[in-house]
Design a protein around this ligand. Sequence first.
Ligand SMILES: Nc1nc2c(c(=O)[nH]1)N[C@H]1C(S)=C(S)[C@@H](COP(=O)(O)OP(=O)(O)OC[C@H]3O[C@@H](n4cnc5c(=O)[nH]c(N)nc54)[C@H](O)[C@@H]3O)O[C@H]1N2
Ligand SMILES: Nc1nc2c(c(=O)[nH]1)N[C@H]1C(S)=C(S)[C@@H](COP(=O)(O)OP(=O)(O)OC[C@H]3O[C@@H](n4cnc5c(=O)[nH]c(N)nc54)[C@H](O)[C@@H]3O)O[C@H]1N2
Ligand code: SF4
Ligand SMILES: [Mo]
Length: 741
Amino acid sequence: MGDRTAFRTCPLCEALCGLELTIDDAGTVTRVRGDAEDPFSKGFICPKGATLGSLDGDPDRLAEPLVKGEKAGWDEAFEAVREGLAGVIGRHGRDAVAVYVGNPTAHSIAGPLYTAAIVKALGTRNLFTASTADQMPKHVSCGHMFGDPLAIPVPDLDRTQHLLMLGANPLESNGSLASAPDFPGRLKAIQARGGKVTVVDPRRTRTAALADEHLFIRPGTDAFFLMALVHTLFAEDLVTDRLPGRVNGLDDLRALAVDFAPERVASATGVPADVIRRTARELAAADRAAVYGRIGTCTQAFGTLNSWLVDALNVLTGNLDREGGAMFPRPAHMPVYRRKKPFTTGRWRSRVRALPEVNGELPVATLVDEIETAGEGQVRALITIGGNPALSAPNAARLDRALAGLEFMVSVDPYLNETTRHANVVLPPPRPAQTPHYDIALTGLAVRDYARYSPPAVPLPDGRPSEADLLARLAMVASGADGDPAALDEMIISTTLAKATALPGSPVHGREPGELRKMLDTGTLTEQRLDMMLRLGPYGDGFGADPSGLTLTRLRTEHPHGLDLGALRPRLDEVLCTTSGRVELCPSTFAADVDRLHAALTAPRHDGMVLIGRRQLRSNNSWLHNVPELVRGSNTCTLQLNPADADRLGVAAGGLVRVTSRTGSVDAVAEPTDSVMPGVVSLPHGWGHDRPGTRTGVAHRHAGVNVNAVTDEQEIDPLSGNAVFNGVPVTLEALATAQAR
Ligand SMILES: Nc1nc2c(c(=O)[nH]1)N[C@H]1C(S)=C(S)[C@@H](COP(=O)(O)OP(=O)(O)OC[C@H]3O[C@@H](n4cnc5c(=O)[nH]c(N)nc54)[C@H](O)[C@@H]3O)O[C@H]1N2
Ligand SMILES: Nc1nc2c(c(=O)[nH]1)N[C@H]1C(S)=C(S)[C@@H](COP(=O)(O)OP(=O)(O)OC[C@H]3O[C@@H](n4cnc5c(=O)[nH]c(N)nc54)[C@H](O)[C@@H]3O)O[C@H]1N2
Ligand code: SF4
Ligand SMILES: [Mo]
C-alpha cells in the first residue's frame, strides 16, 4: 500500500495549525509538515507540531488501562472505577469525589463535549480545572463587563495598527486567548504595514525583542500601569466614546482612576511617568489599536483587575468591537440565539477557605485544603482528566503528598506521570493520530472565524474506546447507572433540539425535534453532536433552512483543510447579555477591589527578589518532555537572573542556586542574562520529573525542578480564585555544587 497522507489540526497549543501527516502501512506517523492548504495556518508549523509523530508513537504512552499499576482490560478497569467511586460516595457522600480537568481537555473534541456530564453525574461541587491556574480572571472580567464569561475579545491582529501586549510571549507560546497560527508572522505584518507593537514584560522575551518597544515592568504591578493609562486618557481628554448610550460606568471609572497618576505608579512599576503618558497617547492616537494581556497579567494577585482594565482601555480608546481593535469571534458551532443568564459568582463556596465558585468551579489553589482537611465534605477521591496538578498547581509539592493519601483516584491520561502514579485506575485515551479533532474551545478565540474537522487519521483497533467513548462511559459509571453510554449523547441531542425548536429566533423554531434528529450526520455520536452544533450555529444550514449553510458532512468533504469564515465582524449586540444591556465599564465588584490596589500602592514595597514563570518553545506545560527531539538544546530548566544579581550572589552560569519561598525550596541551575530585570528571577513550569513510580523515561532523564514547589497556594486573586505564579517573594542562596539536592 505504501505511505498515505492525512490532515488534522494540531492539538498541542492554541494556534490551531493545520498539519499534514504521512502515515505508513503500519499506521505509524512518519512525517509531519504544516498543511500548506489550510486557509488559516497556510503551512505554518512549530517544533512541537513537527514532532507530533514522536509523541504519537511514544513507547511510554499507555496502550491499555492500569489498575493498581498492572495492565488490565477495559471492563475490568471500569468495574474498578465503579467500585472505587461507589465506595467513596457511599461512605462519604457525593462531594467527597473531586474532579480535576487539565489543559489538553480544552484542546480535544471529547473534553468539552463530555466532562460536564461527568461532573453532573457525580453531583459534586468539587470541580477544579487548570483555568484557575490560567485565564479565570479573564472569564470574570468578561462575565461582569459583557455578561458572558466566554465573550472574550481578541486582538484583531491582521488589521490592527497598534498592539499593546502585556504578559504574553507568543513567539514562544504561539499565542493564548487569541488563536492565531503564525502569531509571530502576524506581528511582523503589523510592523510591515507601518504599525507598532509594544510589549510590557519583566523579561526581554523573544516577543519583546521583536517589538518596536519593550517596557520592563516590576512583576505584579500591571494594574497600576493600566490604571495610569486610564488616568491619562481621562486627564488629557483622549477618551473616545464610540459606543454612545451603550456603555455604563464611564464616570465611575474616571473617578477611580484619579488617584493613579503616572507619577504615583512610576516607582512601583518601574515604568517612568513620561513613558506611561506617551503610551496612553499613542494608544489613543492610533488608527486601530488593541490592548491584549495574557498569562503574565492573569496569574497575579490583581489578575481580574488587569483583565478588566485591558478591555476598559479597549472601550475608552474606541477599539472594542471594531475592526483592528478587540473583537468577538463568532465560532461556527456556537448558536447565537442562546438565552444566557446574567453572570454571577459565589453560588457556592469551598468548604475550607470559603472561596467563591466561579463558572461552576473552585480554585485549584484550594484543592489540597479540601483533600487534607478532615470533616464533613472532605475530598476522598479524585478523577483527573488530562491534567498534571502534581506539577502544575501552586504549591504542587503539598498537593502531590495529599494525592498519595486519597482513598481512590482515577485518571484519564495517556501517561503514567507525577499525578497519575497516584491513581488506582488509569484510563488512557488513544494516540492523536487515532483521535478525531474539532477545536470546540479554541475556535471561539480565533482571530478569524474558522472551522475544521479532522476525522481520525488512523482507525482505532477493535475494542479500543475513543476518548469520547471513554469519557461517556466514565459519566455513566459515575452516575451509578448501568446503562449504555450512548444514552448520554442521545439525551444531550434531544434536549438541545427540544430547546432549539422552542426558542424564537433559532433557525429551527417551531420544527419537530424528531425530524431534525433523523437529519443528523451518520457518523459517530460525537460527530452527530458536532453536526447538530454546526447546523444550529451562525453559519449553519439550520437543518435545511439555509441549504447553502454549513453541516459536518460539508465541512468534512468540501473543506478537508479547514474553512475560513472570514475576518472578525462587529457583533457586540449578539454578545452582550448584561442585565443592563450595556457594556459595564466599571462593575461594582471591580471598583471595590480597587481598594486593595490602593493599599498595595501605599504599602511598604517588597525589596527582595521575586519569581516569575516563563514558557519555552519546545515545551508544553508538563507533558512534552518525554519527546527526545524536544528536550535538546535550549529547552532546559534554568533559573534566569540578572547578571548583577548573579554577581551579588556569587553564582556563575551553570552554578546552583537554592530558591526558597514560604512553601519550600528548589535548587536550580543559574542562567545569568540581562534579559531579566534586576530583582527578578524566572523559572519555567512543568519540570520536576524525578519522582519514583512514573513511566516517562526521557523526561526522567531531563528532570529539571518543579517551580511549583515554591509557588504559594495561599496567594490568589480573590475575585477569580486564580493562582498567583508571578511576583512570588523568594530568597536566593548560591550553593556549592556538591550540596545540590
Ligand atoms: N511552547 C509552549 N507554548 C505554550 C505553552 C507551553 O508551555 N509551551 N503553554 C500553553 C498554555 S497552557 C498557555 S496558558 C499559553 C500562555 O501563553 P503566554 O501568555 O504567551 O505565556 P508565556 O510565554 O508564559 O508569557 C507570559 C509572559 O508574562 C511575563 N510575565 C511574568 N510576570 C509578569 C508580570 O507581572 N507582568 C507582565 N506584564 N508580564 C509578566 C513572562 O515573563 C512571560 O514572558 O501558552 C500555551 N502555549
Ligand atoms: N508556576 C506555574 N505554574 C503553572 C503555569 C505557569 O505559568 N507557571 N501555567 C498554568 C497553566 S496556564 C496551565 S494551562 C496549567 C496546566 O496544568 P495541567 O493541565 O494540570 O497540566 P499539563 O502539564 O498541561 O498536563 C496535561 C496532562 O494531560 C495529559 N494528556 C495529554 N494529552 C492528552 C489527551 O489527549 N487526553 C487526555 N485525557 N490527557 C492528555 C498529559 O499526559 C498530562 O498528564 O499549568 C499551570 N501551572
Ligand atoms: S504552533 Fe501550536 S498548533 Fe501550531 S504546530 Fe506548534 S504546537 Fe501545533
Ligand atoms: Mo494554560
